[in-house]
Design a protein around this ligand. Structure first.
Ligand SMILES: [Zn+2]
Ligand SMILES: [Zn+2]
Length: 131
């Protein structure tokens, strides 16, 4: 895959691999670009929050974005999404290639929003099944 630039600060991105899943992380603001479904896969993998090595304060400085961002892969304007569960996280999503952008510190929260226990609880609720 060809190198991409950070959609937030235009810094250079480095490829980091965890559990055979490759993501792109900005060397400057430490935001992470996840291609389609990578974030979904990684949030279920134990220890994957290690990928999110940036300081949350750094992420906050870039969030929310002052200018509209475009997808580093396909240049489609990114949509701002809000994930509210235990934490509210503003993140950016490409509707075309389904990649998502998380600022430094956000993947950790994103993961906590979907902790395994919580997921099973909401699935039970969904199916209307009592243990
Ligand atoms: Zn950056
Ligand atoms: Zn895209």
């Amino acid at each position: 895959m060809k190198p991409i630039r950070c959609p937030k600060c235009n810094g250079s991105m480095e490829q980091v691999v965890y559990a055979e899943i490759e993501v792109d992380r900005c060397t400057q603001c430490h935001g992470i670009w996840f291609d389609s479904r990578e974030a979904e896969q990684l949030k279920t993998i134990e220890g994957s929050e290690i990928l999110d090595d940036g300081e949350e304060v750094v992420g906050d400085r870039y969030d929310p974005s002052a200018k509209p961002l475009s997808c580093p892969r396909c240049r489609t304007p990114l949509l701002q999404m809000l994930d509210i569960d235990q934490h509210s996280i503003w993140y950016e999503k490409c509707v075309k290639c389904h990649g998502i952008w998380l600022d430094a510190g956000e993947f950790k929260k994103f993961k906590q929003n979907f902790s395994p226990n919580k997921t099973s609880k909401s699935i039970k609720r969904l199916w209307g099944f009592t243990p």
